[in-house]
Design a protein around this ligand. Structure first.
Ligand code: FAD
Length: 367
């Protein structure tokens, strides 16, 4: 039976483990330093909002296209997964459209979210361009569509449960070198046939990988009890600097409201900056007065301040196979600010690559 070890228990590793476990005959073990329930600066997934605001630049990119139907199904049919439908509103400032260099391309990564005629208009349901009468002051244009917001504190443990139901085993360990994972299966004493590397940002420090193209895009957030108005809005930029962004989203199942944020490239600082936090809160109550019934920042009921480091990568995500010290490794890291909204599309590609390695050999020999 194919013996597979997935390194990493963020949204990337867990989604890979889930899809691999659905392939008949696979034995899957997840090995990770951090698991759902932990909050750590080296573990990005719990800090995400998270919602689906498509960012791919390439309109034919499969990552988000293939993920959306599954996120939609979960929101529709699986309430215990912790997703719910919300209206996404994307606003482009006059200043950003005119320069076309700043936030329209820069905010939330180098993606196509703020394009004037976005490719995702045919993907996301209920897409409509906003008429001028509905635009806030200073906005050039905008659009709305139906999306989802994911309560990551519910969704990540739900993924663990789905994996466990399909026989995936879990193990805590800190790896110095990716090839160590091959000897860590919980199913067999034999070396694993394939190791899946889903170590996120720390792929830049993992022996055998040490990817120098990976860097943090620091996201600071404020989590509040106040409720938003069912609209998840995001703006192409703000007056507070090119690395500050504006978004608000309310998580499903009482998961609170996340106010963001920042997109600070190369910044590893794990500590929330109080001045940045104040600016985030001011912007949130300006764009969403319903949060505090127009009473301003003082009426925000803060649960916590947080910082997560998005695993960005020059040249984009890395999904490919590589032989390292005699072990086949399939990489899946570098998802920057779209790890949830691309999770199923990327994991499907990982399954294809793993199948290409073990499919023709191990399975045939069992017949
Ligand atoms: P991680 O979640 O970091 O997981 C890495 C795993 O590898 C962990 O289990 C870790 O312990 C393990 N690991 C690493 N090194 C080792 C080692 N040496 N030995 C053993 N284990 C190791 N995405 C969206 O799609 N939508 C959003 O709205 C969104 N909003 C975001 C908002 C913020 C503020 C932030 C910070 C991110 C946001 N993201 C969003 C991005 C998303 O969170 C990331 O792309 C995603 O979480 C990356 O997941 P991952 O599994 O690749 O990495």
């Amino acid at each position: 039976m194919p013996n597979i070890v997935v390194v990493g228990a963020g949204v990337s590793g867990l989604t890979c483990a889930l899809l691999l476990s659905k392939q008949k005959g696979n034995n899957v073990t997840v090995v990770a330093k951090h698991m759902p329930g932990d909050y750590d600066i080296g573990y990005t997934s719990p800090w995400a909002g998270a919602n689906m605001l498509p960012m791919a630049l390439d309109r034919d990119s499969r990552w988000e296209r293939r993920t959306w139907p599954e996120l939609r199904r979960l929101a529709d049919e699986v309430p215990e997964a912790g997703l719910h439908f919300q209206t996404a509103r994307v606003l482009r400032r006059v200043a950003d459209v005119e320069t076309a260099t700043n936030a329209v391309r820069g905010a939330l990564g180098d993606g196509g979210l703020f394009d004037l005629s976005p490719w995702y208009r045919t993907l996301m349901p209920d897409f409509r361009s906003l008429p001028p009468a509905e635009l806030p002051a200073g906005m050039h244009s905008g659009c709305e569509f139906t999306s989802v917001c994911i309560n990551t504190a519910v969704y990540l443990p739900w993924l663990v449960g789905q994996c466990a139901r399909r026989g995936v085993r879990f193990r805590r360990a800190v790896l110095g070198h990716v090839s160590e994972a091959a000897g860590m299966s919980r199913h067999s004493t034999e070396r694993a046939d394939v190791v899946v590397n889903a170590t996120g940002l720390l792929a830049c420090r993992l022996g055998g990988v040490m990817d120098g193209k990976v860097y943090p895009a620091r996201g600071q957030i404020v989590v509040v009890r106040n409720e938003a108005d069912g609209i998840m809005s995001t703006t192409s930029g703000c007056e507070d600097g090119a690395d500050e962004v504006v978004y608000v989203m309310q998580r499903a199942l009482g998961g609170a409201t996340v106010l963001g944020g920042t997109y600070q490239r190369g910044n590893w600082d794990p500590n929330p900056d109080p001045n940045v936090a104040l600016r985030i809160m001011k912007r949130a109550v300006e764009t969403h007065p319903a949060l505090t019934d127009g009473k301003g920042v003082e009426a925000l009921d803060i649960i916590r301040h947080g910082v997560g480091l998005r695993p960005a990568r020059e040249g984009g995500v890395r999904i490919e196979k590589e032989m390292i010290d005699g072990t086949w490794v399939v990489h899946n890291y570098g998802h920057a600010g779209w790890g949830y909204q691309g999770s199923y599309g990327c994991a499907e590609r990982v399954v294809e690559l793993v199948e290409g390695i073990v499919g023709g050999t191990k399975r045939e020999s069992k017949l």
